[in-house]
Write a protein that binds this ligand. Structure first.
Ligand code: SF4
Length: 342
């Protein structure tokens, strides 16, 4: 993985070698391929990587100053330029691809899959559903997924496609663990009531947190959500008996709310019902076995080739193998059942 300076240096050196204008006497660095075709190949990969790196640097420049990285620390992979960089399950910093399976809970066959250049599962639910529906030429009625597929955008996508999504919305982890002035965990926002008709929150002491402003927050791809900020009046917070546990900084208490959060609240209520709990248990007993099989038995925790095409091929082969083994098991079971009933 290289930054802009290294990339430019390599690009210049390669160009000189390819053009035949290289006249330095020092030995060539080890990253330079020995053959002409290898150098041409590397030059085209560097060209692709330079475009991706420029995009990353431009996106970084648009971020607020407290979230902006030093442009010299933004890097790109020369073998997998389109793959975002991050830590894998072994905590190794590297290019990442994510893989999704759609598994039929009855036969436990993997009916479709996705392998794409992203570091997280965010934004992959809708493409997975669309691909499955296209392959089968039909409409999925219900999809069971884990909490990482239950954002407001995922719920909107499922609703737009008329699909019953059974997935538990994940708790707001960092906010739930935020420390207050006293050093204890801050009173969580769940203890504040949202008044939709007045567009405000009401705190445990009964005071209003008034609407302040609304910001656009970018999500996966070019999708976005709106986040509103609410704030209590400083005069209430200053003399409040709960201030030490409620406030984290100097100012009055603020709460942020993503537009459409009522969908998450409704989903939490839905998932707490007995019927949904029973259905969702099915996922752990069936679908998770396919993931466990891939990771545990076939040791799929990293790809063995470079580039998205090889990653997709490897995923496809893995699924083919898993499905063949599963079909064999189903066939064996059918034969033994046939013998028992004969
Ligand atoms: S500190 Fe402010 S927001 Fe928190 S409970 Fe007291 S008055 Fe309400």
């Amino acid at each position: 993985m290289v930054n802009r300076n290294t990339l430019q240096r390599r690009q210049e050196l390669l160009k000189e070698l390819i053009d035949g204008t290289y006249c330095r006497t020092d030995p060539l660095p080890k990253w330079v391929p020995p053959t002409e075709s290898g150098r041409q190949d590397l030059a085209s990969r560097i060209e692709a990587a330079a475009i991706v790196l420029e995009q990353r640097i431009n996106e970084n420049a648009k971020k607020p100053s407290d979230k902006r990285k030093d442009p010299d620390k933004i890097t790109v992979s020369l073998t997998d330029p389109i793959a975002p960089l991050g830590r894998d399950k072994r905590k190794t910093y590297r290019p990442l691809y994510t893989v999704q399976f759609m598994v039929d809970p009855v036969s436990r066959l993997i009916v479709s899959y996705l392998c794409q250049a992203s570091a997280t599962d965010a934004g992959t639910l809708a493409p997975m559903i669309d691909k499955t529906q296209k392959m089968f030429g039909g409409q999925l009625k219900r999809v069971l997924a884990d909490g990482s597929y239950c954002s407001i955008l995922d719920l909107t996508d499922a609703c737009d496609r008329n699909i019953d999504l059974l997935a538990p919305p994940s708790a707001s982890g960092s906010a739930a663990k935020r420390k207050s002035r006293s050093g204890e965990i801050q009173i969580p926002r769940e203890e504040f009531r949202f008044e939709a008709s007045l567009n405000c929150y009401v705190c445990p002491q009964g005071h209003r947190l008034a609407y302040l402003w609304r910001e656009k927050k970018m999500r996966m791809g070019d999708r976005y959500v709106y986040q509103s900020t609410y704030q209590c009046d400083a005069k209430f917070c200053e003399g409040c008996p709960l201030a030490e546990r409620c406030l984290s900084g100097k100012g009055p208490r603020r709460i942020k709310r993503i537009e459409g959060e009522e969908m998450l609240e409704a989903q939490r209520e839905k998932m707490a019902s007995e019927s949904c709990k029973t259905l969702y248990r099915l996922r752990g007993q069936t679908v998770e076995l396919s993931f466990g099989d891939a990771k545990g038995n076939r040791r799929v925790d990293r790809f063995h080739g470079r580039g998205i095409e090889r990653a997709r091929c490897e995923t496809g082969l893995l699924i083919l193998a898993q499905n063949l083994l599963r079909l064999d098991k189903l066939q064996q079971r059918a034969i033994s059942l046939g013998k028992q009933t004969a």
